[in-house]
Design a protein. Structure first.
Ligand code: AMP
Length: 113
């Protein structure tokens, strides 16, 4: 996707502060952190949102959660953490490339927003 900022980050056309990378996913620090630890985990493949997850591509979501658990351990979020996915305009998804927010280092209220 030519006009997708997260695809540009994957391609290295826009800089990011990387936390993890492998052949399928990239994790980088959010520009506007909402918690002491705020990392975005994205598939390298362009998937618009969680609404586009199918039987064919759902394995990437499992992989993203493996990476989230690994990062949470690495960042010593032993007291807990939150994983957030905003899907679509009503949920406030501002970047239309599937991403999961890994948030930690503070306590969180519920329900959100
Ligand atoms: P959402 O509102 O769920 O779509 O989340 C998009 C997130 O991407 C926001 O938390 C932004 O702060 C973050 N963001 C946007 N552009 C960048 C960027 N170039 N580098 C890091 N984070 C970004």
């Amino acid at each position: 996707m030519d006009d997708c900022i997260f695809c540009k980050i994957v391609k290295g056309e826009i800089p990011s502060n990387k936390a993890y990378e492998d052949d399928k996913v990239l994790a980088f620090y959010d520009l506007e952190p909402q918690a002491p630890v705020h990392i975005l985990i994205i598939p390298k493949e362009h998937i618009k949102s969680a609404a586009e997850i199918t039987e064919e591509n759902s394995a990437i979501v499992a992989h993203i959660f493996e990476v989230a658990a690994k990062l949470a351990k690495e960042k010593q979020l032993d007291g807990g953490f939150r994983i957030v996915n905003n899907a679509g305009d009503d949920a406030g998804q501002s970047v239309k490339h599937l991403h999961f927010h890994l948030l930690g280092g503070r306590t969180f209220g519920w329900p959100a927003g």
